[in-house]
Design a protein around this ligand. Structure first.
Ligand SMILES: O=C(O)CCC(=O)C(=O)O
Length: 244
């Protein structure tokens, strides 16, 4: 019932809170796994204002069994009754007093394994060995992001701000984004809880004015198979339903 209310809010507003998706013991295990991982790869980026790990599950495979709890599987089964897969995983910390702010945007790009000229796909970007592309809107509409909060998060330590319902406007031209943001709301999330989000939802976050960190595991799931010749760069079968 609790999940049904969250799913309805996700469909209508583009975001939803799922309280206590993970226990505090599970959160402690996830944090310990991240903190003890060797950090030599270029996918680890640490500065005074942000600590991020790209391709999180490729970099730290030991996180997979810790994340793939019965509660996560049950949530994914409700979100994607016919099954899904993970398409992207990032860890980021906005440390205490971080100056890192994120301007209003939608998450329009997905990471893929190569560049391929396909109808509806583009623009493309390539950085080092990473290729990203804006897929057709139907792909973005099928995607759900689960932001698992490892710390209590409120406006003071950079909680996400969102524009409710903005995911229903398709790709919003950059020059009109400002006309939507008067309706923004802040999304506080307790530790162990998750914020669900549609990638087309307009979102942003402020600098931290707090002495508390704001650590998040950001997971994207989709049921979409990309056209032949293109594959999700980080695809993992994490979302597949476990048949008893
Ligand atoms: O966590 C944040 O503060 C912003 C993250 C974000 O904008 C994103 O994941 O697209």
């Amino acid at each position: 019932m609790r999940t049904m209310v969250a799913l309805q809010h996700l469909q209508e507003q583009g975001f939803a809170l799922v309280p206590q998706l993970y226990t505090l013991d599970e959160i402690a295990s996830l944090l310990s796994c991240i903190e003890t991982a060797p950090a030599a790869s270029p996918n680890f980026r640490r500065s005074q204002d942000v600590f991020a790990i790209r391709n999180l599950l490729g970099e730290i495979p030991a996180l997979v069994p810790l994340l793939h709890t019965v509660a996560l599987q049950a949530l994914l089964a409700e979100l994607f009754p016919a099954g899904c897969h993970l398409t992207k995983a990032i860890y980021f910390d906005k440390p205490a007093q971080s100056n890192w702010l994120v301007a209003w945007h939608q998450d329009l790009m997905v990471n893929v394994d190569r560049r391929a000229d396909l109808p509806g796909f583009g623009p493309w970007t390539a950085k080092a060995d990473w290729v990203a592309v804006q897929p057709p809107v139907a792909v973005l509409e099928n995607t759900v992001t689960i932001r698992l909060h490892l710390d209590e998060c409120d406006a003071s330590n950079g909680a996400l701000k969102v524009v409710p319902g903005s995911h229903r406007h398709g790709v919003v031209p950059a020059e009109t984004i400002a006309s939507h943001t008067a309706a923004a709301t802040v999304c506080p999330v307790p530790a162990g809880s998750a914020m669900l989000m549609k990638p087309l939802l307009l979102h942003a976050s402020n600098r931290s004015t707090s002495d508390r960190p704001r650590r998040v595991i950001h997971l994207e799931f989709s049921a979409v198979e990309l056209p032949a010749g293109l594959a999700w760069r980080e695809r993992q079968p994490l979302g597949t339903r476990v048949v008893a």
